[in-house]
Design a protein around this ligand. Structure first.
Ligand SMILES: [Zn+2]
Length: 303
């Protein structure tokens, strides 16, 4: 009996401090993670992650690390350039856009207009997400009009959870937790709406980098090439008028959500907004985690 309790005592002496040391390390790890939230925006084409450009700019101002990803190289959307020339240009434009806010911008080498939710593409997205190890991901809504957008959304859905399974693509270490996933709102409902007035010009600046789309391809497709003004500043002003309608619409349409988040007085003065919906998969998220995942709101709402 004596021997047993002595052994037990020694074991306790040896393991208790080790155990608490490990716990402290975990705690430290968690607080570090909280200090630098990792945010990923996964879009189908170069210029799609910019849909969350306002919130991305806010995260970076607040000290978070942001990575923007385009799943295709955008090599189809031009009236004259070859696919090779266009994909090179789109990549340069994406880098320019990322630099506007200080975000890393990754352009994967899948062809534009041909994206499918294949196993090969799923594994690529799993590896891509694991490498960045995000806490939160923003991506397209599954009901989006464009097939590349919809399949990007499906690929992200198929990749979450699998990002934690070690035997799937073991060449990139698995994540310890499932990232929280939000969709860019396409419908009548929004779970989180963020005012972007103070970063709206950064968002315009990001789009302004995508010259082959904003001033060449889209005007050609929409038959308004003659409306594109000359000169950088005139172009930016025109682009803001062109683009900001949907940001103003989001603020007006989801004013009730803005009021819930910011309070009536602040919410009524918000002109531009971005709206998001929690995906029904990925990491758990509840309203009481609003400041954890959208930390800049704490200051903005004086909490
Ligand atoms: Zn797109």
């Amino acid at each position: 009996m004596m021997k047993k309790s002595v052994i037990l005592g020694i074991l306790l002496f040896l393991f208790v401090p080790l155990y608490s040391f490990g716990e402290q390390n975990d705690e430290k790890q968690r607080s570090n993670d909280q200090e630098q939230l990792r945010v990923m925006v996964i879009g189908a084409h170069p210029d799609d992650p910019e849909s969350a450009g306002g919130i991305a700019a806010k995260y970076i101002r607040h000290g978070a690390k942001v990575q923007l990803v385009s799943v295709t190289n955008g090599d189809k959307g031009h009236q004259t350039l070859s696919e090779d020339a266009l994909s090179i240009r789109r990549r340069q434009e994406a880098m320019c856009s990322g630099n506007v806010i200080g975000a890393e911008y990754i352009v994967l080498d899948n062809h534009d207009g041909e994206l499918v939710p294949s196993l090969e593409n799923r594994l690529e997205i799993i590896r891509c997400i694991r490498r960045f190890n995000p806490d939160i991901i923003f991506t397209h809504a599954p009901n989006d009009y464009h097939p590349d957008h919809r399949y990007t959304s499906i690929l992200v859905r198929d990749a979450t959870y699998m990002v934690m399974v070690p035997k799937v693509t073991p060449e990139v270490p698995p994540m310890k937790s499932n990232p929280v996933v939000f969709y860019l709102s396409e419908g009548e409902k929004a779970d989180v709406v963020i005012g972007i007035d103070e970063v709206v010009d950064k968002k315009v600046e990001m789009y302004h980098c995508h010259k082959s789309q904003m001033y060449e391809w889209l005007p050609w497709m929409g038959d308004y090439e003659d409306k594109v003004p000359e000169g950088e500043e005139a172009k930016k002003k025109w682009l803001k008028e062109q683009r900001s309608g949907s940001w103003i619409d989001a603020a007006n349409r989801f004013r009730d959500v803005l009021i819930e988040i910011y309070g009536r007085e602040k919410a009524q003065n918000i002109k531009y907004a971005e709206a998001f919906n929690k995906a029904p998969y990925g990491g758990r998220y509840s309203e009481d985690q609003l400041y954890q995942y959208f930390p800049f709101l704490k200051e903005e709402t004086n909490q």
